[in-house]
Design a protein around this ligand. Structure first.
Ligand SMILES: [Zn+2]
Length: 329
């Protein structure tokens, strides 16, 4: 689960992981600014403390249980904070976990799976995209946007979609094919904010890209519908019926598309942070049976298909004698 350059030294590693943890903490603060009812300052403070503990760590200092406790606090918040994108977020996360599990079992997959290359390369553009998004978010009247505000959202879609969507989506779709998980997880559905959006070829595809394309290529019109309400008409040169979207619904699509991509970014950072955390910052535990091997955490397949408490599907196993131990004893 480490980035490709696996021989990171300790100093580099702790800088990288503390940065990722910091990113997740900031994202949680962002969520709470939108959903004050979910406010959990303690979880953010815990993460901030972890960020600084890791930045100064001289040796592994955590127990597995501590990482799990923390993850259980953060997990529901990041995945479920927005009901409109919860299903997509869960599927996205589950598929990353499955890919990580398959990677750990196959050398050739390990060599060809590089989820963080694209993320690292585009970090600077992500920052710029986030500034644009935040500015628009702070200035637009979501419920009754003016024409100029709609143009601002158009600009936001045109500039941020290729940066964020393209780098995450393209990489993700390729990875699903590589792991033969593309039948189980539909990348186009996962990267859509409305489930019934069909493109000009009448196929269900990620709607974000299609909406962005029709705006960028001037295949849209701002007008009023028969009742006099302002609407956006997309795909004007379509052979099929153009899509009419009332302006307030368009704001909803716009903001959810932004939230979806940002949440996926946070999920990726968070997933890698925790995998790396467990690989490098958790104290080793010796097998009580053979007293020689180190213990590792394993899990059953059911863990990906349920919303049970994850520890119900986890166990310790010894790398030497292969004995399994229940997770809680
Ligand atoms: Zn053993």
């Amino acid at each position: 689960m480490f980035p490709k350059d696996e021989k990171l030294d300790w100093l580099e590693l702790r800088k990288l992981v503390s940065n990722w943890i910091g990113f997740v903490a900031d994202y949680m603060s962002f969520i709470m600014s939108i959903r004050p009812d979910l406010k959990d300052q303690e979880a953010v403070d815990d993460l901030k403390k972890l960020e600084s503990d890791i930045a100064n760590a001289t040796e592994p200092f955590l127990t597995y249980e501590e990482t799990l406790q923390l993850q259980n606090k953060i997990f529901p918040l990041i995945l479920d904070w927005n009901p409109d994108i919860e299903d997509q977020s869960r599927k996205f996360y589950n598929s990353l976990v499955e890919m990580a599990r398959l990677t750990s079992k196959s050398k050739s997959l390990k060599a060809s799976y590089e989820p963080f290359k694209a993320l690292k390369e585009r970090e600077e553009k992500f920052e710029l995209a986030r500034d644009v998004i935040n500015n628009i978010q702070n200035s637009v009247n979501v419920f009754k946007p003016s024409t100029i505000e709609v143009y601002a959202m158009f600009y936001g879609l045109i500039t941020t979609t290729p940066v964020v969507h393209h780098s995450i989506f393209t990489q993700y779709k390729k990875s699903l094919e590589l792991f033969e998980l593309d039948k189980k997880y539909d990348a186009d559905f996962i990267f859509s904010v409305s489930t019934n959006f069909k493109n000009r070829e009448d196929k269900i595809r990620s709607d974000l890209r299609d909406i962005r394309n029709s705006i960028a290529h001037f295949n849209f019109k701002l007008q009023e519908n028969e009742e006099g309400h302002p609407i956006v008409v997309l795909n004007l040169d379509s052979k099929t019926k153009p899509k009419q979207i009332p302006l307030d619904e368009f704001s909803w699509i716009y903001f959810n598309s932004v939230f979806l991509l940002q949440t996926f970014l946070a999920i990726q950072y968070w997933h890698t942070s925790f995998a790396t955390l467990r690989g490098a910052f958790v104290k080793k535990r010796t097998c009580p049976k053979c007293k020689k091997g180190n213990l590792f955490i394993g899990n059953t397949k059911e863990i990906y298909e349920t919303r049970d408490e994850p520890t119900l599907h986890m166990f310790w196993f010894c790398e030497k004698c292969e004995e399994k131990f229940p997770f809680k004893n």
